[in-house]
Design a protein around this ligand. Structure first.
Ligand SMILES: [Ca+2]
Length: 207
């Protein structure tokens, strides 16, 4: 029994990925976002299923909007990333009442690049559309889900940065009632696969 246990332990250790010397995942929880970064209808709410029990929420008033150069309802999130490393974006989103009219945001960056070209810049009407539902019936909407695009669009979801240092990610409301509790930018682990499920997700990505 002792040998088996020891072998299992060694096997698990050997099977784990080696410590990375390269860029690591950028993981931002709602609890990390300063209150001063919340604008318009965005506020913090309590949710036992969210990291540190905090999520970002918007009131459902029937508001919907295109991406705006000067939005009213947005969150700015600062993060640090090196130049020239591709990161894939993932958001954990929830729609209030699992409604298809409450399940989407626009994402912009201060200085993101795709193939050397600026994309989704803050201060412009261009943005990445993240819509949680996976089709127009929206039967996939059940609690939290990880998403980075919209089912009817083909969009670049992997970006890099021209300069090393601090960057800003902006999340605008597309359909109010939308909620958010985790933002991940991943250079390796979730570069091509999602951190979690599209529906009824319970994944907390560790820091
Ligand atoms: Ca709404």
């Amino acid at each position: 029994v002792l040998n088996t246990a020891t072998f299992d332990n060694v096997s698990l250790t050997a099977g784990a990925p080696p410590p990375s010397n390269g860029p690591s995942d950028i993981v931002i929880y709602a609890a990390d976002v300063p209150d001063a970064s919340l604008h318009g209808s965005w506020t913090k709410g309590s949710d036992a299923s969210s990291p540190q029990g905090v999520k970002l929420v918007t009131t459902d008033t029937g508001f919907a909007s295109d991406a705006l150069a000067s939005p009213t309802h947005y969150v700015d999130v600062a993060f640090t990333a090196p130049a020239g490393t591709p990161y894939t974006l993932w958001l954990r989103v929830q729609a209030l009442a699992n409604s298809k009219f409450n399940d989407s945001v626009w994402v912009q960056f201060s200085d993101a690049l795709v193939n050397g070209t600026a994309v989704y810049p803050i201060g412009s009407p261009n943005a990445l559309l993240v819509n949680l539902a996976t089709d127009s019936a929206a039967t996939s909407l059940r609690g939290w889900g990880w998403q980075n695009t919209a089912y009817w669009l083909s969009q670049a979801t992997t970006v890099s940065f021209a300069a090393s240092g601090t960057h800003t990610l902006r999340i605008q409301v597309r359909e109010d009632g939308v909620q958010l509790d985790q933002i991940v930018l991943s250079p390796v682990r979730f570069l091509t696969s999602s951190p979690g499920a599209l529906s009824a997700d319970t994944t907390i990505v560790p820091k």
